[in-house]
Design a protein around this ligand. Structure first.
Ligand code: PEP
Ligand code: MN
Length: 337
């Protein structure tokens, strides 16, 4: 960390600054030049709250050198993390496809979609049981019954299942029943939930918050990893911008940023990004081309009657066509599918 003092800082104030930092347990290196008074702070500065440092008289500018996240950082873990779930690989050169309805609605719906997406080559079945809806009057998911139906679809197809967790009290049940636990965009900064998920041994799909920066997203991953659970998969699902034509704006560059900053696998959700089924194929191809480790896509056998997100759901046939095209592209970008 580098701290630059104001030009008006007196020698006395500058000495006080150095003393304060030393008393916090850090080594202070005076690297002042002719015009500026500057110190370098050596040590693990991750616990320092820079907003507090700005209260020390004379402090003008604080620059962090160290990233605030460690376990999620590539610096401390250069080789990419590869996660294995029930024979499915996520990361490490594979393009993993998770597909299924936004919400589990009934036995026939989830089993029929599971069979279809499996036949098309999907690796993991998605389906919401507990739904984080904007309106309390909207369909909230089948909850525990939805989980049971997902298990039935898993039994019939052999596909591992991913579903969203909304609260800490469900963790034990999810550890038993679910293969990948999804943390939705709205819960990305539910730090109590993240801490609790850090204590279990189960892959977590961490969606990027609606307005989260890449650093905030990686800090959320750090919350899980700090507890000991290092099986985190990141998911870019579009962010809020001024644009209204799409539901969210897919930040494709986030994949490249994550690859530069972190060793964690990162996948794309083209469905919640676009909000329109007609864009899902193009965005999925883009995900593959940009180097994402996979996608999570909404597929519904009867989108017009879907209880949630029908407009962005692919019909099984379109999903199948999309998968065929993705399989053609994959070798060109060095991905296994
Ligand atoms: C979902 O995947 O069903 C979902 C609610 O996504 P998000 O958290 O990205 O909005
Ligand atoms: Mn959805």
């Amino acid at each position: 960390m580098i701290i630059r003092a104001k030009q008006t800082t007196t020698d006395e104030e500058f000495e006080h600054l150095k003393e304060t930092i030393t008393n916090m347990g850090f080594q202070v290196k005076d690297i002042s030049g002719e015009t500026f008074k500057v110190i370098g702070v050596v040590g693990d500065t991750s616990k320092i709250d820079e907003r507090t440092l700005y209260s020390i008289p004379g402090v003008e500018e604080i620059t962090r050198i160290q990233s605030p996240y460690k376990k999620a950082s590539k610096i401390f873990h250069p080789e990419p993390t590869v996660i294995h779930v029930k024979g499915v690989q996520i990361g490490g050169g594979t393009f993993t496809v998770m597909a299924g309805p936004c919400s589990v609605e009934n036995h026939d719906q989830i089993v029929s979609i599971a069979k279809d997406v499996k036949a098309s080559g999907a690796n993991v079945l998605r389906g919401g049981a507990f739904k984080p809806r904007t309106s309390p009057y909207a369909f909230q998911g089948l909850e525990l019954e939805g989980l049971e139906l997902l298990k039935e679809a898993k039994e019939e197809t052999g596909l591992p299942i991913i579903t969203e967790i909304m609260s800490e009290d469900m963790i034990d049940k999810y550890v038993k029943d679910v293969d990948i636990i999804q943390v939705g965009a709205r819960n990305m900064q539910n730090f109590h939930l993240l801490k609790a998920l850090g204590k279990i041994d189960k892959p977590i799909l961490l969606k990027r918050g609606l307005s989260a920066t890449i650093e905030e997203w990686l800090m959320a991953a750090e919350y899980i990893m700090a507890g000991g659970n290092e099986k985190v998969i990141l998911c870019e699902r579009g962010i809020r911008t001024f644009e209204k034509y799409t539901r969210n704006t897919l930040d494709l560059s986030a994949v490249l940023a994550i690859k530069e900053l972190s060793h964690l696998p990162v996948i794309i959700d083209p469905s919640h990004s676009a909000g329109k089924w007609s864009m899902v194929e193009g965005l999925s191809q883009a995900a593959l081309a940009v180097g994402a480790d996979g996608i999570i896509v909404e597929v519904h056998n009867n989108p017009e009657c879907a209880l949630c997100d029908g407009a962005q759901s692919l019909k099984p046939k379109r999903f199948d066509t999309m998968m065929k095209k993705l399989r053609l592209i994959a070798p060109i970008v060095d991905k296994k599918m």
